[in-house]
Ligand binder design. Structure first.
Ligand SMILES: [Zn+2]
Length: 366
């Protein structure tokens, strides 16, 4: 699916010759300098030479009804804490008390853990069924099924010492606008904590969820650092999740394609991207039909068995993989708002960044 460099240059030249403007990076506002890195269902992925972000264009951000239909089922289970949550709760540079707002809090698992650790917690989440679960299961009181914009408009004077958003930024069509809202919710000197999928993680095949309309941007450590620094934040922690045995086993399993799982499954389970073109009602019916299909259960068990079978090999080669610098799925960051936004442009020379962006792309899509 990756477009060879020659084709990419041709695409750039033809766009320029036809006077077509290349899309603008949603993090730094710089127009893309080259053609797409990849095309997926008519949507192109571009790399920003200035800040190193990869972004899809054109995209439409799905609404709450779509997420509720596509992620149905999660309102029935309490999720374990994710690596970003655990990094924050263990981060010695993070505050351990204060008013905390979690944007995109899902079923409320992190909010409950933060509350139990001593924070005064508030959560907002698009998906009403996840909010219902958070209230009923964890007894969370201050949790709203509302967008960040509407929360801000209805609570204009409310400020928080910590604003968190874990695996939320990559779903945003306009990350700059999203960060502006998060920043408006912060008290002076407040902290941001977040995580995103690390574009530089170890993978053999692109993860099916890492495409529009689910994920609209792909972040590297450099892109995330530049984005936050440019917006007046000081980075306190920036950590790539170390490669774990289960992730390594999953990557090895996805590289080893036997076709057995697909044959057993019959109908291929829908990916979030194929659900993108459906109405929420159609999404609901499709997910329900696949969930109730016995062959799908068998296929899911086989896929899990295949990953389990890779665990001994993963354990054996894990030290080597880590030595080679391969990392796990997530990128975690803790940042603190500076009292005065820096007036100078904090970017390095462009040539340096261009090389880096290209390198990152080749590493990301194997
Ligand atoms: Zn950019």
């Amino acid at each position: 699916m990756t477009i060879p460099m020659q084709t990419r240059k041709d695409a750039t030249d033809s766009a320029k010759a036809n006077g077509l403007a290349l899309p603008v990076c949603p993090a730094c506002g710089e127009p893309a300098e080259a053609g797409p890195l990849e095309v997926f269902q008519g949507i192109s992925r571009y790399g920003c030479a200035r800040c190193d972000l990869h972004f899809w264009h054109p995209v439409i951000m799905p609404d709450g009804a779509w997420y509720e239909a596509a992620y149905q089922g999660r309102d029935r289970t309490a999720m374990p804490l994710e690596p970003g949550h655990r990094f924050f709760l263990a981060d010695s540079k993070a505050p351990n008390r204060g008013r905390l707002l979690d944007i995109g809090c899902g079923v409320g698992n992190f909010l409950a853990a933060a509350r139990d650790a001593g924070f005064d917690v508030t959560g907002i989440e698009f998906d009403p069924s996840a909010v219902r679960f958070a209230r009923d299961h964890y007894g969370l009181q201050r949790i709203f099924a509302i967008s960040p914009e509407d929360f801000r408009a209805s609570h204009p004077d409310e400020k928080f010492e910590i604003v968190t958003f874990f695996e939320v930024l990559e779903h945003q069509k306009d990350p700059q606008r999203f960060l502006n809202i998060a920043r408006e919710c912060l008290a002076p000197g407040g902290f941001l904590a977040l995580s995103v999928p690390n574009r530089e993680r170890w993978q053999k095949r692109a993860d099916v969820l890492d495409f529009p309309p689910n994920h609209l941007t792909r972040w590297s450590p450099a892109a995330l650092r530049r984005f936050l620094e440019r917006n007046g934040f000081e980075i306190l922690s920036l950590r790539q999740e170390p490669l774990g045995i289960l992730r390594a086993a999953h990557v090895l399993s996805s590289a080893w394609r036997t076709g057995l799982v697909t044959r057993v499954a019959g109908e291929t389970p829908p990916t979030l991207s194929s659900l993108a073109v459906m109405s929420p009602e159609e999404v609901k019916q499709t997910v329900k039909r696949v969930e109730e299909e016995p062959r799908q259960h068998l296929a899911a068990r086989l896929a899990r068995w295949k990953t389990s079978a890779m665990v001994p090999l993963a354990a054996l080669i894990l030290p080597y993989l880590r030595l080679r610098g391969y990392t796990g799925l997530y990128l975690y960051c803790l940042a603190r708002i500076r009292q005065v936004t820096p007036a100078t442009d904090m970017f390095e020379p462009r040539g340096h960044l261009l090389q880096k962006a290209d390198g990152g792309q080749e590493k990301g899509v194997v």
